[in-house]
Design a protein. Structure first.
Length: 163
């Protein structure tokens, strides 16, 4: 289909490419309701109205991937799918322990990263509180309080900024 200098081609059922001089950039449009059930099951999980069987198939297939790049792609697809279909994912999580564990395994790196960030933030908040307490009770400067707590010189700037 050509219209006003743009070309729209359907490469696969439900997958369209728009290109041409009038298009700002080449674009791919995915119409999830038109996707072939078997061939593009992975893309079907991006729909707002994903079916449970598509989620299960995606998670089972994704659990077998081992390459870091593949895991990043799976995480991105899952984030979109979960945010669009929270109720269905919650139902699966509550009712199916095996699927829940598979989802947890897929998201393991994200959970670990979030846990590390939370621990680091908690540690920083605790040290900041200790610095304030030393300054107040011992009537010392911020530098003296940080020296007493053996805070590395490289980290002192970020604590002073928060005092």
């Amino acid at each position: 289909m050509k219209n006003l200098g743009m070309e729209i081609k359907e490469y696969y059922p439900g997958i369209y490419y728009i290109s041409g001089k009038q298009a700002l950039f080449d674009t791919q449009i995915v119409v999830t309701k038109q996707l072939d059930k078997e061939t593009h099951q992975t893309l079907r999980v991006l729909s707002k109205h994903v079916r449970e069987e598509d989620i299960r198939a995606f998670v089972e297939r994704a659990a077998k991937l081992s390459e870091p790049g593949d895991r990043n792609n799976v995480d991105a697809v899952l984030q979109v799918s979960v945010s669009a279909n929270k109720e269905l994912y919650e139902a699966i999580r509550r009712c199916d322990k095996v699927m829940c564990e598979a989802l947890r395994e897929l998201m393991k790196e994200d959970f670990e990263k979030q846990e590390r960030e939370t621990r680091q933030k908690t540690k920083q908040e605790t040290l900041l509180e200790a610095i304030r307490n030393l300054m107040e009770t011992m009537k010392c400067s911020a530098d003296q309080a940080m020296a007493a707590l053996k805070i590395p010189d490289a980290d002192k700037g970020k604590y002073i900024a928060k005092l």
